[in-house]
Design a binder for this molecule. Structure first.
Ligand SMILES: Cc1cc2nc3c(=O)[nH]c(=O)nc-3n(C[C@H](O)[C@H](O)[C@H](O)COP(=O)(O)OP(=O)(O)OC[C@H]3O[C@@H](n4cnc5c(N)ncnc54)[C@H](O)[C@@H]3O)c2cc1C
Length: 456
């Protein structure tokens, strides 16, 4: 097995520090090479720790991170809770195809999320998330300035709302924008069309919200560039093509077991173990299978999301801003001569998530993406020639990610970012690094408590 000098397998030369060490310069294993894992590795390294990222794919950013819709940081209109989220029972209206049945955990999960449709509950919960959004904005700006990274950053998002009733439901989000002084402009349909020529004012719609300072950017590209930077700087080792099969927590030790590689001979099939001072689980949807056996049962739910990457059909109809269907949460962003259309969520029982979705449901989900594109920017995309993709992300029943220490002093988690893991990964990584380095995070206590794994 390929590995850098400071990691030795089968336990012969542990990566850990002596018992009783200070929290400085620890050896840390990060499980998962998505945006959360890579951003965490960067922040841990910046805090002086040595890091080993274990990723089962041959390269980073192959999970949910690959299929991102582009939106970097969430506004109150993006979060997957609140008055507009699944407010209608009709799939075609709310943008989420719900196949939860009438009983069982998935149904329960939806009910819990629905409690946040109440405007006050929504406002309270967004208030807890906001410090993480701002920390993420700062940490990402710092990385960009330090390394001059170019990852297809584009400013400007236009959120569009169809009906008067949906516009009413959007008002608590607009109130939060005002309260938090988030720069935005509320536009009439005619103003939307005047600003973004590809949006037609007919047929009638309720209005739009323009964020000229918020951005879209390429999440997998950022993850790859950050990895390259870490490769050059040293101090972070990437073990690619390695799957963690189990985590061991023993007193002052934290270790991970690696699954035998497919095709390994029976002699070499003995379990490889890496020891460290601490482990961070940032394995996206794969996290639950690693945490369950330790007794950490998080009530997160996997959600399948789709993307279509379509060639531009008529340049004069193509948008120059990213367009978001605010209620269906479908984002359409431009990448050179293509449009990336992301959304089409399918909510089903967790037991179904590793099975293929089936042709009919896939068609239904992709049809939502095609229809939204046609409705808002007719003639812009050649949907018939679009390439589909699907990925799974974890959503929590209270809409917030799970970040921090959990269950054992040597175990940390960074997961469940739901639809907003792209930009939040930078702040979440900083938070993990601060907590692990015994630094007081620059974040209110109620946000820290709202992100902890033991809140459920
Ligand atoms: C279609 C789609 C559109 C989206 N649009 C946006 C958007 O516009 N804006 C936004 O902010 N967010 C968006 N998201 C959400 C965002 O992509 C995710 O929140 C984010 O990528 C999660 O990153 P992650 O690193 O936690 O997970 P992942 O990217 O899934 O990474 C987890 C990694 O862990 C690895 N892994 C899992 N188990 C193991 C194991 N046992 N051993 C070793 N490795 C393991 C996996 O291979 C994977 O590479 C979107 C998601 C999807 C699917």
């Amino acid at each position: 097995m390929q590995c850098a000098p400071h990691v030795t397998l089968n336990g012969s030369a542990p990566l850990r520090r002596p018992v009783g060490h200070s929290n400085q310069n620890m050896d840390v294993i990060v499980i998962g090479g998505g945006i959360a894992g890579v951003a965490t590795a960067y922040q841990l390294r910046a805090a002086g720790h040595r890091v080993c990222v274990v990723e089962r794919h041959a390269t980073v950013a192959q999970g949910a991170t690959y299929g991102h819709g582009g939106t970097v940081l969430p506004t109150p209109l993006d979060v997957w809770f609140g008055p507009t989220f699944m407010a209608s029972r009709q799939n075609a209206r709310n943008g989420v195809i719900s196949k939860t049945g009438f009983t069982g955990p998935a149904r329960q999960f939806v009910k819990q999320l629905a409690t946040l449709q109440d405007p006050e509950a929504f406002s309270r919960q967004y208030g807890r998330l906001r410090p993480l959004i701002e920390l993420s904005r700062e940490t990402m700006a710092d990385v960009e300035a330090r390394f001059g990274l170019e990852f297809e950053q584009t400013s400007g998002l236009l959120y569009l709302v169809r009906s008067t009733q949906e516009w009413e439901q959007t008002q608590p989000a607009l109130e939060l924008l005002r309260q938090n002084e988030v720069p935005h402009h509320v536009l009439t349909p005619a103003e939307c069309s005047a600003f973004e020529h590809s949006v037609r004012a007919e047929p009638e719609f309720a209005g739009g919200v323009l964020f000229d300072q918020e951005r879209t950017a390429n999440s997998p590209l950022f993850a790859k560039l950050l990895k390259q930077t870490l490769d050059t700087q040293g101090g972070v080792q990437f073990m690619l093509g390695c799957e963690v099969s189990a985590i061991r927590l023993e007193g002052q030790r934290a270790s991970v077991e690696l699954a035998p590689r497919p095709g390994a001979s029976s002699r070499s099939r003995e379990v490889d173990v890496i020891h460290a001072d601490a482990v961070v689980v940032a394995a996206g949807h794969g996290s639950l299978a690693l945490l369950d056996p330790l007794g950490l049962r998080l009530p997160l739910h996997p959600l399948r999301l789709h993307t279509l990457v379509a060639p531009i059909a008529h340049e004069e109809c193509a948008p120059h801003l990213a367009i978001v269907d605010a209620v269906k949460r479908i984002a359409i962003s431009r990448m050179n001569h293509r449009l990336r259309i992301a959304g089409g969520a399918v909510l089903q029982s967790a037991a179904q998530i590793d099975k293929p979705l089936g042709e009919a449901l896939t068609k239904e989900a992709l049809a939502l993406l095609g229809q939204a594109t046609h409705d808002w920017i007719p003639g812009a995309a050649r949907i018939s020639a679009a390439l589909p993709w699907e990925g799974v992300k974890l959503l929590s029943p209270d809409g917030l990610p799970v970040i921090g220490n959990a269950l054992h002093p040597r175990l940390f988690v960074n997961l469940g970012h739901g639809p907003a893991g792209w930009g939040l990964a930078c702040g979440a990584g900083k938070l993990i690094a601060d907590l692990m380095s015994a630094q007081t995070p620059d974040m209110p206590a109620d946000t820290l408590a709202a992100l902890r794994a033991d809140r459920f």
